[in-house]
Write a protein that binds this ligand. Structure first.
Ligand code: T3D
Length: 263
């Protein structure tokens, strides 16, 4: 597979997908969306892949939609942005959130617009110390998309979600960590290694079990306690049917390190 706007590789059970339009701060045009879709499809089909790292090349992570792709001539017909949301952004967010393995987002620099919300759909966000998150939508008359209005209030509370989305102020990585929006902040030069080593570690774990954990947590805010207990019961049934569960218990009883196969 060869790509023009992303880099994609698989090694040690980890798929590494890096956005690669650094001159435009990795903003999304249709071609990059299509390549990301293709890479994610390939990762899903590849039995060796048990963790995914999403990151980007250059000084920024992603500046959201490539605005040079939009015709905003006042005399032209108003653009219908539904196509872009339904065809590209919403499927991307849904796919990342429900990806059946851990997804680590390594935010290597500025993340704006959709680029600030894509990390929130991932499971573990590690940010470079210099990274910042900008809900840039309000500055161009748009509404936060890519799940921003869903993830932000849940992660940081409504007051802070309104602060970020109505003011469009940059949120530095350290503050995002303090607010509970991301998992970790590391020095810029350590980011890629930290993300890859975490992903390699996760790729040796019970992959199906981990996917059930994220499925349960993703639903929890929408359920009352009793409904969530039912969700846990159903997912526990599935987890109990995996080979990795048997291996985990067997290894514990035999006082050895388990060898999980992701099955
Ligand atoms: O339309 C739809 O499909 C609806 C869905 C929308 C989803 C969205 O994401 S809407 C939000 C779109 N994004 C933005 O509004 C962010 C625009 N960018 C910025 O505000 C700033 O660039 C940043 C705060 C991200 C970074 O600022 P700074 O000063 O570090 O860099 P810069 O100089 O502004 O940008 C560097 C280059 O990247 C520059 O190009 P040049 O002058 O060197 O040739 C700039 O034009 C380009 N760039 C940055 N963002 C975008 C972009 N080019 C196209 N589209 C961009 N979004």
């Amino acid at each position: 597979m060869s790509f023009e706007h992303i880099l994609y590789s698989v090694d040690s059970g980890v798929a590494l997908l890096s956005l690669n339009r650094p001159k435009a701060l990795n903003s999304f045009n249709e071609a990059m969306h299509l390549e990301v879709q293709q890479a994610l499809k390939s990762a899903l089909k590849d039995k060796h892949v048990r963790a995914l790292v999403l990151t980007a090349e250059g000084r920024g992570f992603c500046a959201g939609q490539d605005l040079s792709d939009r015709n905003v001539d006042p005399n032209a017909e108003a653009p219908d942005l539904v196509f872009s949301i339904e065809r590209f952004y919403n499927p991307l967010i849904k796919q990342l959130q429900s990806f059946p393995m851990p997804v680590i987002c390594a935010v290597n620099g500025v993340a704006a617009g959709a680029g600030a919300n894509i990390p929130l759909a991932c499971d573990l966000v590690i940010a470079a110390r210099s990274a910042k998150f900008i809900q840039a939508f309000c500055k161009i008359g748009l509404v936060p998309d890519s799940g921003g209005t869903w993830f932000l209030p849940r992660l940081i509370g409504m007051a802070r979600a309104k602060q970020l989305t109505l003011l469009g102020e940059p949120l530095m990585a350290e503050k995002a960590l303090e607010w509970g929006m991301i998992y970790k902040v590391v020095e810029d030069e350590a980011l890629r290694d930290e993300a890859m080593s975490l992903a390699r570690q996760l790729a040796t774990q019970p992959t199906k079990g981990l996917s059930y954990i994220k499925r349960a947590l993703n639903q929890s805010f929408d359920h009352d306690c009793h409904t969530q207990l039912d969700v846990e019961r159903d997912l526990q049934r599935l987890a109990g049917q995996t080979q990795d569960y048997r291996e985990g218990v067997k290894a514990f009883m035999e006082k050895r390190t388990p060898e999980f196969k992701g099955e």
